[in-house]
Write a protein that binds this ligand. Sequence first.
Ligand code: C2O
Ligand code: CU
Length: 542
Amino acid sequence: MWTRRNVLKSLAAGGGMLAMPATIQEALGAPEPDVEIFLTATEWEAPILSGRATPVWTYRGKVVKGHARSVQPIPGSYLGPIIRVRKGQRVRLVLENGLDEATNIHWHGLHVPDDMDGHPRHTAAPGKRFVYEFEIKDRAGTYFFHPHPHGRTGKQVYFGLAGLFLVSDEEEQAAKLPSDEYDVPLILQDRSFNGRNGLVFLSDEGAGGGGMMGGGMMGGGMMGGGMMDMMTRMMGFLGDRILVNGRPDATLSVATRPYRLRLLNASNARIFKLAWDDESPLTVIGTDGGLLEAPVRRSYVTLAPGERLELWADFSRYGLGTELTMRSLAFAGDMAMGGGMMGGGMMGGGMMGMMMGNQSLPNGAAFPVFKVRVARSEKAPATLPQRLSTIVRYRPEDAVNYRRPRVFNITMGMMEWGINGRRFEMEGVAEDEIVRLNTSEIWEFTNDASMGMMGMMAHPMHIHGLQFRILERSVSPSLAEARNSVSAGYVDEGWKDEVFLMPGERARVLVAFKDFPGLFPYHCHMLEHGDTGLMRNYRVRA
Ligand code: C2O
Ligand code: CU
């Protein structure tokens, strides 16, 4: 079949894409891309800790066509690059797989056709390419790209593959937010290192160099590596070092003026409850799908894996030399025993110690995330706009299932995650997972926590291919206290592609299916949960 995409793919595979004659382009009837970027997934040795470099995986980005600023590396970091594009542009992104396992890229948060979305069924084998091409239909915002091969997402992100995809548009420009060096992406992750500065993951999983990277035994005492790995695969990986933009002990040197801070939680399973240590409130200006209509204030914000939040941070009221710390505060951790019975979220020893292994920094523990040092005095005209953007709302009453929301319950079978009792099937889609193009629906996600200890976990649910609105939430009374230890930090006002659910919590979201029929995943963004079955497909039928 001489479809346009096949032509692109075969030319790309032969390395002849740049030489593609304009006549073929014309014959295919599609416009040339405005921006073309090569991304090579490859092994690298990153300087992270002092001493030996750390073997990692990374994307190397190169602009083939378009503004040189379309790709910005994060210097010295395995993370990135940062891709910057404008709404309305056509982009071609050529992934070259320099790894020894299959990989692909999911453009998290973007509204793209199903075969361009990085579904696990579309991967590039080692040494091969995959050509993504789409128009940027989304509003300005902080989007995210990462691999999505089934069962391997957690590992590939952990070893370094994750970048930012920043979209701008006219509306955003009109808001005159701090830009350039005053627009700072902050990618939050947790990692563990062994004595040789190697990243520790599951004991049998390394990046590239094999033996070097294998973490060895994470669990001490009674737990062997196999049992520990099984628990980590089920529960999610938690590291004991916090990295920001790929660096430990991050310090941001700032001037006495406002900044736009773009936070992305790119951890596998770490939940952040972020607050300034001087207790000044946070001013939130954006969520997953771009700017809010107006700024909102929170004493802290909750950020689950995959979620983004944008802050307006004005350092003009601090004296030179001031040091501030962004901390993650304590909250009721992963399990009911953590939240309810044990209080404060700190895991104790005994049974819990065994379940959690020797993870010294459980979800719910408090720790510093990064420091800000006020280093320069600078006057800036920037003031916080009271109106940031216009959000075009769909009405819940227009949803085709307004009276009977579609319910997706997170389930745990025989030590196996699922949704409504089903686990992920590559092309599988059930009758109750089929929706119609050009309709909107109310979806209800429920985290019933009715499955014993393993059920007592938080899950950030992500839907591919669209942005939605969170309509309402509720929590079962017996688990309200644990939920309330993070819920004041939810920012449900804007566009979202994830909804975070504490144990016992349910949320209704309003989704609309436009432009693209096809098969799209929805899943938990605790990467190990998704990798072990907490993922399904939905089909948009034309
Ligand atoms: Cu960022 Cu399917 O996930
Ligand atoms: Cu989950």
